[in-house]
Design a protein around this ligand. Structure first.
Ligand code: SAH
Ligand code: SF4
Length: 351
């Protein structure tokens, strides 16, 4: 297990600095950054325009090994899931979803999650650790290789895998900057979504980054009582605070927020809840993303019937709330948050 930082952990400035401290001109650092982040090449010997001394510097100071990834074996769908093994024996998942002209990747920000939402498989595991920026970017780079092989281009990135992104703020924002950089990931800020339960400090900081990232608040209930049962995390913004934060984000960035709402039968999916939600969001510039629950083995929550989902959506529409229902293919795999890792852990513990 290498003690060196991953080559993907370095910012562009970091590569320049590394060059300079070894007496090499800083633009060589820019070239290395592009090899890694844009072309997905991480072995210094393959970086053909770099002088040998700098390639040696990269090799001796950084971990340039390919990450260890396993792909889910379902090649019949246009959705691919990867499991990235980490040097400490744990792992995270990331997903590629091809839908029409849209190609979305869903990345994890932490190993496990400390928030512990009662319906979520990632929450069951608690937090093992934060991912480094390089570990987040490696998920993207590996999924991009696969996307290129399919002759597609990644159009959207969502931070909706394992973990609460705002609890790993620095690494996540570093990764977002690289994803957004035209010399690296090349994904427009509007096409990068950060999904969060809503944490005051993190939301404010994100609004101040000067980027138009799409912000998605996991709302899941129109009242604080139900919401705090589903999201039992002390620092979470209250619903009233979330509404204020949505206004502020719009003011600071010009971007309307999205509210995510996982539909759970018998919990938050009745006509009464829909009306209450419509009242709450009246006059708030936003979109609601309804996510029919993806059932987890071992958890007793259920997805409502298709009829109940349609009814919920119709009530919101009739009250002029902008609403989208996550499509089956996408939601099934996207919302499988943490499940792959759980399976992998079971498999390893059975060995
Ligand atoms: N921690 C962040 C981002 C990761 S979860 C957050 O909670 O916002 C991304 C989204 O998937 C969240 O809205 C979450 O509530 C939802 N989700 C988690 N498990 C799910 C499941 N089994 N079915 C449907 N949606 C789920
Ligand atoms: Fe964490 Fe999000 Fe899962 Fe809640 S839904 S436990 S915040 S990953």
């Amino acid at each position: 297990m290498s003690e060196l930082p991953r080559i993907t952990d370095l910012t562009q400035a970091g590569f320049r600095e590394l060059a300079e401290t070894h007496g090499i001109r800083p633009f060589r650092g820019d070239q290395a950054y592009e090899w890694v982040m844009k072309k997905g090449v991480r072995r210094p010997d393959d970086m053909s325009n770099l002088p040998k001394p700098f390639r040696d510097v990269l090799r001796t100071n950084l971990d340039c090994e390919d990450p260890i990834v396993e792909w889910s074996d379902d090649s019949r769908t246009t959705t691919d899931k990867l499991y990235m093994r980490l040097p400490d024996g744990d792992g995270v998942e990331a997903v590629l979803i091809c839908e029409g002209r849209r190609t979305t990747v869903c990345l994890s920000s932490q190993v496990g999650c400390p928030v512990g939402c009662t319906f979520c498989a990632s929450g069951l595991l608690g937090l093992r650790r934060n991912l480094s920026a390089g570990e987040i970017l490696d998920q993207f780079i590996e999924l991009r290789k696969r996307t290129r092989a399919l002759e597609r281009r990644i159009s959207n990135v969502v931070m909706m895998g394992m973990g609460e992104p705002l609890l790993n703020y620095d690494a996540v924002v570093h990764a977002l900057q690289v994803l957004n950089d035209p010399k690296a990931g090349g994904i427009g800020a509007r096409h990068i979504t950060v999904s969060t339960i809503g944490l005051g400090k993190g939301v404010k900081r994100l609004a101040q980054e000067g980027k138009q990232y799409t912000l998605a608040f996991s709302l899941h209930a129109p009242d604080d009582e139900t919401r705090s049962e589903l999201i039992p995390f002390p620092g979470t913004l209250s619903i009233a605070e979330l509404m204020d934060a949505a206004h502020e984000y719009l003011r600071d960035t010009g971007r309307e927020v999205t509210f995510e709402y996982v539909l759970l039968e018998g919990v938050n999916a009745s006509a009464r809840h829909a009306k209450q939600l419509a009242d709450l969001l009246k006059g708030v510039r936003c979109t609601v993303n309804l996510i029919p629950y993806n059932e987890n083995p071992g958890l007793s929550f259920r997805r409502p019937t298709p009829g109940a989902i349609d009814r919920f959506e119709a009530i919101l529409r009739s009250r002029r709330i902008k609403v989208a229902v996550r499509k089956r293919k996408g939601h099934k795999i996207l919302a499988a948050c943490g499940q792959l890792r759980l399976r992998a852990r079971r498999a390893t513990s059975a060995e």
